[in-house]
Design a protein around this ligand. Structure first.
Ligand code: ADP
Ligand code: MG
Length: 476
């Protein structure tokens, strides 16, 4: 039987899927396309060079094994890289032979000679220029919690910090909304580079400061010195480059600096609040250079990651806050990690100032200041609506007299939730259920509690619903 590349690759994928977790599979294997099969060599196409390097570094033995399994001892895997621009045709980069170790060597250009640069910052006689990196030492990888939202950016950043200028991700553009960790990650790379080799020259600069320095240097007729100074840097981090938009002169000078650093194999790390292609007011030639390396985005963290971040923060600060409070905060602050930390700090401050215990009530008060469009209190109506939706019933049935078992349970559950999640009295809750009296509500709560104690599936349902209702604070 003659095999075609798709079949061979599909078979490989089956093996791979069993050997890696589903997130890794999705990230690293699903985007791969089989291209062709020549005798013993299967060619696969990967989206970029970073991808290829990652596969080589992390999955080389797995790939080797699966290829051998499919194509025999002589089986080989070849990569083809899909270039960033659609105009360019994919070019083959490298073959790994299943029989040898396919370590990809990356070309690191020779060190840049800084010997005869005239520059006001260099003190003659001092060989190695010491530049303050302007880094915040607390932004490190150890406290940059990993989640689906940042996995690619974080791992690329980590790879860069091991080999600044020596990977395919140069420049490395980290983009994403405010408060999602761009500055933290960019600085973590800088800090890690220095931790590995204190002789490297790292410089972190905000786009604003960079612009001001340029204006200053123009005024003092010292643009050349400015440009030369930047040539001394091994790892240049420019934060929030969207602020360079529409600043022509700054962009022009930045373009020079960029080119020279890049040519000399120096690492450039940029952050932006949007992907490079959307940087309006930025010169085309700059944007096209930003695309040379890797652009990786930071997304809003999911609930688990938010919880992990807060918990890490707490242990860092030696705080002990009840789990339900942490959960409540994380449910309600979704799109901004800085805000998440802000709530935590306010909470601690409020509890100290007012000598109050940190509990859910205090958390609710604090969070009100953070969540702009917080809906009103949780209402019985709202609970009824969610429960009815969940059981696919009209809300009326919850208020009516039907004795059908499934409806009775939904009704009792709504009362139970109303009792636990609102401040309404039993009497008021009863009235909301077609004028039932408070003893019915008590009875319902008891019935639900009994079910919760015995029925695990029911318990899961209730937990989910409770979460949904609590989460609703942030919506509307
Ligand atoms: P940005 O530059 O994208 O606006 P920052 O890097 O300033 O965001 O991050 C905001 C805050 O959130 C910082 O205090 C940072 O330490 C924290 N933070 C962001 N991402 C993470 C993460 N993955 N783990 C831990 N803390 C994080
Ligand atoms: Mg920032």
């Amino acid at each position: 039987m003659i095999k075609d590349c798709t079949t061979v690759w599909d078979n490989c994928l089956r093996t791979i899927r069993r050997n890696v977790n589903s997130q890794s599979f999705k990230t690293w294997f699903e985007p791969i396309r089989p291209v062709r099969l020549d005798k013993n060599a299967l060619t696969i196409q990967v989206p970029n060079k970073f991808f290829y390097e990652w596969l080589e570094e992390h999955y080389v033995s797995l790939l080797k094994m699966t290829i051998r399994q499919e194509l025999g001892e002589k089986g080989r895997l070849e990569y083809q890289i899909l270039m960033g621009s659609k105009r360019e045709t994919p070019r083959p980069v490298k073959a790994i032979n299943a029989a040898t170790n396919g370590q990809g060597d990356i070309n690191v250009p020779g060190a840049f000679d800084t010997g005869n640069i005239k520059n006001p910052f260099v003190i003659p006689g001092i060989k190695k220029l010491k530049i303050d990196p302007q880094l915040n030492p607390s932004y490190i990888f150890d406290n940059f919690i990993e989640g689906d939202c940042n996995r690619l950016a974080r791992s690329a950043g980590y790879a860069i910090s091991r080999k600044p200028g020596g990977t395919a991700f140069n420049p490395f553009v980290i983009f994403g909304d405010v408060g999602l960790g761009k500055t933290h990650l960019a600085q973590a790379i800088g800090n890690d580079v220095l931790a590995n080799d204190s002789n490297r020259t790292v410089l972190y600069v905000s786009s604003e400061k960079f612009t001001n320095q340029i204006i200053e240097s123009i005024k003092n007729n010292a643009v050349n010195d400015f440009v030369n100074f930047y040539q001394l840097i091994d790892v240049l981090i420019v934060d929030d480059i969207q602020f360079l938009a529409n600043k022509q002169k700054t962009q022009e000078i930045f373009f020079h600096i960029f080119n020279q650093l890049h040519q000399n194999g120096k690492q450039i790390i940029l952050t932006s609040d949007r992907p490079p292609k959307d940087l309006d007011g930025m010169e085309e030639r700059l944007i096209s250079r930003f695309k040379w390396g890797l652009s990786a985005d930071l997304q809003a963290p999911d609930l688990e990651t938010r919880m992990a971040i807060l918990e890490a923060k707490m242990s860092q600060e030696g705080l002990d806050i009840p789990y339900d409070v942490i959960e409540f905060i994380c449910y309600n602050i979704k799109n901004n990690i800085r805000e998440l930390e802000g709530v935590l700090i306010s909470l601690v401050a409020q509890s100290m100032l007012n000598r109050r215990e940190i509990d859910l009530d205090l958390a609710k008060e604090v969070i009100k200041n953070f969540v702009k469009q917080m809906s009103k209190e949780i209402t019985v109506d709202f609970i009824q609506k969610l429960v009815a939706e969940h059981f696919d019933l009209p809300v009326d049935k919850l208020k009516g007299q039907t004795r059908k078992r499934s409806i009775v349970i939904a009704r009792q559950l709504s009362m139970y939730l109303a009792k636990n999640l609102t401040n309404k009295s039993l009497k008021a809750i009863g009235e909301n259920f077609g004028g039932r009296d408070h003893s019915t509500v008590i009875y319902s709560c008891k019935a639900v509690q009994d079910l919760l104690d015995t029925d695990m599936i029911f318990k899961d349902t209730v937990t989910d619903l409770e979460k949904k209702i609590k989460m609703s604070l942030n919506e509307k």
